[in-house]
Design a protein around this ligand. Structure first.
Ligand code: C5P
Length: 303
């Protein structure tokens, strides 16, 4: 596993960039017996990231310490990054002292998989520091036990994801995207968003009114001409979530009026993103929106 974003040092410490993702396409295709939903989604890693530093010394006793800068988050097993460290020890059959430091830059509960990405970074860093006791497939299935987006966050790039989100197929991305991400300080809980989705579509049985055209999106992505399939950028959560998020609704409209060829909500929201033809157009739009907006481009694949 080669990663250009890793800095390893002699005192067994690794710092990884934990990238955010956006969903260029997100459809919920069925309810499952286990309470989860079947998804068809295109996830795309973007350059905005948290920094996750992990220091590990293997030993007899298990000691997990978590520090977070930039946000007020739980520092115990309520935090997914903490649970990732615990799960890694258990699966690898190892113990020791691990110190995790997260410099949080991504908004929380925003549809960007920030928490999942931090957990993914912890798993990858601990595996590296412990001398790779787990194979890549073992790490990915361990990630899936922690959260539906964790496997994607471990691999990154652009992937067509199915199942809960953990079944991935890489999608060619012919050209980098120029993105403005906007977040109006609204929060959405993922389980509540899925419950609201069930209500909205009347506890659907596979007969959800699908609005998307994923094949057009796949082709346009591969050709590096996503703007030719702008109307294929789609999120089935939008009509469920946006009516109760006025800031996100206004930001989405503003992105379009500032020249985005497509604007959409990411994940279960409420972050919204706009896609622009050039980096300079994206920068102008972000400047016009102000501190709620940030410019991003496509991020590299992690694994
Ligand atoms: O997997 P994760 O912990 O991120 O999921 C959080 C919640 O989102 C789940 O408990 C479930 O309510 C909902 N969810 C779902 N279907 C998915 C992913 C998440 O219903 N594919």
């Amino acid at each position: 596993m080669v990663n250009m974003n890793i800095q390893a040092s002699a005192d067994a410490q690794v710092t990884r960039a934990a990238y955010a993702k956006i969903n260029l396409y997100l459809d919920v295709t069925a309810c499952r017996e286990d309470g989860f939903h079947e998804l068809l989604t295109v996830m795309h890693s973007i350059s905005l990231h948290d920094d996750v530093t992990v220091r590990l010394s293997l030993g007899a006793a298990r000691d997990i310490r978590l520090q977070v800068r930039g946000a007020r988050l739980p520092l115990d097993s309520k935090n997914l990054a903490y649970r990732a460290a615990d799960a890694f020890f258990a699966k690898a059959g190892k113990n020791g002292a691990v110190q995790i430091h997260i410099h949080k830059r991504l908004p929380i509960a925003a549809g960007l998989a920030g928490g999942s990405s931090d957990a993914a970074a912890v798993l990858l860093a601990m595996n590296e520091l412990a001398g790779y006791p787990l194979r890549q497939d073992e790490l990915l299935s361990l990630g899936a036990t922690l959260g539906s987006d964790v496997p994607f966050c471990m691999v990154g790039g652009t992937q067509i994801c199915r199942g809960r989100g953990e079944e991935m197929r890489p999608l060619a991305c012919g050209a980098p995207l120029y993105i403005v991400l906007a977040n109006g300080r609204e929060w959405v809980s993922t389980p509540r968003a899925f419950a609201a989705m069930d209500d909205y579509y009347h506890r659907f049985d596979g007969s959800v009114p699908h609005g998307g055209r994923p094949e057009r999106l796949y082709r346009a992505m591969a050709d590096g001409r996503l703007h030719t399939a702008a109307d294929a950028v789609y999120n089935a959560f939008e009509p469920v979530i946006l009516p109760s998020c006025p800031a996100a609704t206004a930001l989405r409209a503003q992105l379009l009026s500032l020249g985005a060829y497509a604007a959409c909500m990411s994940g279960s929201g409420p972050s919204v993103f706009g896609l622009f033809h050039t980096l300079s157009q994206a920068r102008h739009a972000a400047a016009a929106i102000g501190p709620q907006a940030r410019v991003a481009t496509s991020a590299p694949t992690s694994l």
